[in-house]
Design a binder for this molecule. Structure first.
Ligand SMILES: [Zn+2]
Length: 198
């Protein structure tokens, strides 16, 4: 029961965060990795799971992962300091690399009717033409925060590392996170971190 993942909505910016449930969490404070505001847990909106208990059980199977998940104490992530570098999306298998831009970057399958800003050539149609959104928000004094979410509800399963990305989730990306899209794996990179691994 300790490894339950709770989904909560930030009362300040509305981002959906996944946190590890733990005894006494109701009395603790959570720092939002997107807007950096610290709020009491009780102020966060609880996100009900669409599929009810079945999905709740499912989340308990996920291995503990530090990647992409807001911990109850997110100070460790924030202590890495502000990030002033825009991320890149690399597709090693295809030798591709996309420079991401502030605002919404739409990742999808390459097609003439695709409005994706990062179009990935695919042999099958398992990836949607508009599949994943990486939104880059600039937080004053804190630099860029990269947030991954699904473009629409009905897409083939997509994972950030080991964690399945659910529609409506906003998962904070970290340097070298693996984004497992249908048919292809993409790696999120913040170029600065290559040289100076803090
Ligand atoms: Zn927030």
């Amino acid at each position: 029961m300790m490894n339950n993942i709770l989904k909560i909505g930030c009362p300040v910016c509305g981002s959906v965060l996944s946190v590890q449930n733990q005894p006494g969490i109701e009395s603790k404070s959570v720092t939002c990795p997107v807007c950096k505001n610290k709020s009491p847990f009780s102020a966060f909106r609880r996100i009900a799971s669409n599929t009810g208990n079945a999905s709740k059980e499912e989340t308990t199977q996920y291995p503990n992962s530090k990647s992409g998940y807001a911990k109850e104490e997110t100070e460790t992530d924030i202590d890495k300091g502000p990030n002033y570098t825009l991320g890149k999306l690399a597709i090693p298998a295809l030798g591709l690399s996309f420079q991401l831009k502030p605002g919404k970057n739409i990742i999808g399958r390459k097609a003439s009717a695709s409005s994706a800003t990062c179009q990935i050539p695919c042999e099958t149609k398992r990836m949607s033409r508009e599949h994943l959104v990486i939104e880059i928000k600039k937080i004053p004094g804190k630099g860029f925060v990269h947030c991954a979410s699904l473009y629409k509800e009905k897409v083939n399963p997509t994972f950030i590392g080991q964690n399945k990305l659910e529609y409506g989730d906003c998962v904070i990306l970290h340097h070298r996170d693996l984004i497992r899209l249908p048919d292809v794996e993409a790696r999120f990179e913040i170029p600065d971190n290559e040289a100076t691994d803090i």
